[in-house]
Design a protein around this ligand. Structure first.
Ligand code: FES
Ligand code: FES
Length: 152
């Protein structure tokens, strides 16, 4: 079926089954491979994108449920004020290790900064708890989010 979806400000017509996960439309149809596949079951956060600014697991989001919502992916988050601050802090704090989880981490962190511009440690831990990092970069992630929050 043909569906219109808006990703990073551009509307695309995609011809896929309605129950196709958003993740695979992004990666396989639109070529936006910055969003990663980890578990496919909403357990790891690697596939996190923002849907109308809310951090969402694209691996369990059927494309037919997206409607006219605005989807933002890692490829465009740097163009948003919060995303730019998060990405700068990520570089300053050298957060990344292997990198596999990091696009999902950044999408969750930038959504947090918009909804809560001055998060406490417990706010950060709660917001980021669904994003798993096998390299254990959690402390640097927390420090980077705090730096980004203080940089406004
Ligand atoms: S791939 Fe979506 S949460 Fe793990
Ligand atoms: S940086 Fe390697 S899994 Fe997070």
């Amino acid at each position: 079926m043909a569906l219109d979806i808006t990703v990073n400000g551009t509307t695309h017509s995609v011809d896929v089954e309605g129950d196709t996960p958003l993740l695979w439309v992004l990666r396989d149809v639109l070529g936006l491979t910055g969003t990663k596949f980890g578990c496919g079951m909403a357990l790891c956060g690697a596939c996190t994108v923002q849907i109308d600014g809310v951090a969402s697991r694209s691996c369990i989001t059927p494309i037919e449920s997206v409607g006219k919502s605005q989807i933002t992916t890692i490829e465009a988050i740097g163009a948003t004020p919060a995303g730019a601050r998060i990405q700068k802090a990520w570089l300053d704090r050298e957060v990344v290790q292997c990198g596999y989880c990091q696009s999902g981490q950044i999408m969750s962190a930038s959504a947090l900064l918009v909804s809560n511009p001055r998060p406490t440690d417990s706010d950060i831990d709660a917001a980021m708890s669904g994003n798993i990092c096998r390299c254990g970069t959690y402390l640097r992630i927390r420090e980077a989010i705090k730096q980004a929050a203080q940089s406004t």
